[in-house]
Design a protein around this ligand. Structure first.
Ligand code: SOE
Length: 387
């Protein structure tokens, strides 16, 4: 009999929507499911928002008191979908209460917070995961399989980008994502860390970075209402403006511990790019290319193909590939953002059920914070900076 586990979700915004959909759909895709997540309580900043999230996302109860909820005996899992500034406080309280924890990315604003979070979950012995979902795109997991099988040989170079344009308009609202005290950093923490996670997953730990960081838009219109407004949908250019004190964009060179080299860049100001996450990896025996905007496809080149057949081939992911057993029955029917979150949910509950560590864990999230911190410091000094 599959166990039902009660989830308390803290934060009912964009990420709350993605996680709630995953809780509902995960057993529909992956059966037998490792557990049945039950949407027990959702917490938001005021009663009206919490009640709206409850009704919309299918939770039994709404609350505004995360501390009380996290300490309830009938809660098994705490899901942190809040802005970054309260990840640490909630996670540490939840760990002390013995709850399994999934936390949205980035794990924290600073390395210091991440150290405390990793320590708290290790001491409590609870399952812990950071929601870096893109590594769970089947094509990225297929790239990992080919790398682990040695199909592209020893990795020599990793080139990663994450380009978006939702903040290219200087009159786009001052989301919390532009405020250091809430976000910790800008493009580095918000989207660059996704690519660092995939670099760690596919290549190995980053050892040293050299970064250039830029803030192009120093002030933005203060946004109205309590809900984060990504992008320019709520323009109020004539209203008061507040300071942006994080990076808009960075570009960097990388050295990996295993000797591979590479580059990583991210921006939310790159007009025309939406969720342009690209990975290009070459090794001694072949190459891999992935672009999230064509996420059903993995481009691979194997140097050991016969000379007259060499060339990049396109593999459309489907039942023969990672996670294919639970997803759709025909290749290229379409992987979406939701599917990546459903797989993440399956892997998180599978880790709880098996007692094996989840991945990426808070300890992995801490390593990513160390890279983010090195990128910020290198951006300030211009020097090669050890992680
Ligand atoms: C905004 O840049 C954002 O919502 C990120 O915070 C997410 O992590 C990314 O998946 C989509 O874009």
């Amino acid at each position: 009999m599959t166990k039902t586990m009660n989830v308390a979700m803290i934060g009912g915004g964009f990420m709350g929507k993605a996680h709630a959909m995953a809780y509902a759909s995960m057993p529909m895709f992956f059966w037998p499911a490792p557990a049945i997540p039950h949407r027990k309580v959702v917490v938001d900043v005021d009663q009206a928002m919490a009640e709206e999230a409850r009704a919309r996302f299918g939770f039994d109860e709404a609350s505004t008191d995360w501390k009380a909820v996290v300490n309830r005996d009938d809660i098994d899992v705490v899901d942190i979908c809040t802005p970054n500034n309260i990840h640490a406080e909630i996670a540490i309280e939840a760990a002390r209460a013995g709850k399994h924890i999934i936390c949205e990315k980035p794990l924290s604003r600073t390395v210091e917070e991440a150290v405390e979070m990793a320590k708290a979950v290790a001491e409590a012995g609870v399952t812990n995961m950071v929601a870096y979902n893109y590594r769970r795109t089947p094509a990225v997991a297929l790239a990992k399989k080919f790398i682990d099988e040695g199909r592209i040989g020893k990795i020599l170079n990793f080139r990663g980008t994450y380009l978006q344009d939702w903040s290219a308009d200087p009159d786009g609202p001052l989301s919390w994502r532009f405020q250091k005290k809430i976000a910790g950093s800008g493009a580095i923490g918000d989207i660059g860390t996704h690519v660092v996670d995939m670099a760690h997953y596919l290549v190995g730990p980053v050892a040293e970075v050299n970064a250039i960081t830029r803030t192009y838009v120093p002030t933005r219109p203060v946004q109205s209402g309590g809900v984060d407004k990504l992008g320019a949908s709520d323009k109020s250019a004539d209203g008061p403006r507040g300071d942006v004190d994080v990076d808009d964009e960075f570009t960097s060179l990388l050295k990996f511990e295993n000797g591979a080299i590479g580059s990583l860049e991210a921006t939310r100001n790159g007009w025309g790019r939406n969720n342009f996450i690209t990975l290009e990896i070459h090794g001694t025996k072949g190459s891999i290319h992935f672009n999230y905007e064509r996420r059903d496809e993995l481009q691979v080149y194997f140097a050991d193909d016969p000379g007259d057949a060499r060339g990049f081939r396109t593999i459309y992911t489907g039942p023969a590939h990672p996670y294919g057993e639970g997803l759709w029955p025909i290749p290229a029917l379409g992987i979406g953002y939701s599917e990546t979150k459903i797989i993440e949910c399956r892997d998180f509950f599978a880790a709880i059920a098996s007692g094996e560590p989840a991945s990426p864990s808070f300890a992995d999230g801490l390593l990513i914070e160390r890279v983010a911190d090195a990128l910020i410091r290198s951006g300030e000094t211009g020097a090669w900076t050890a992680v």
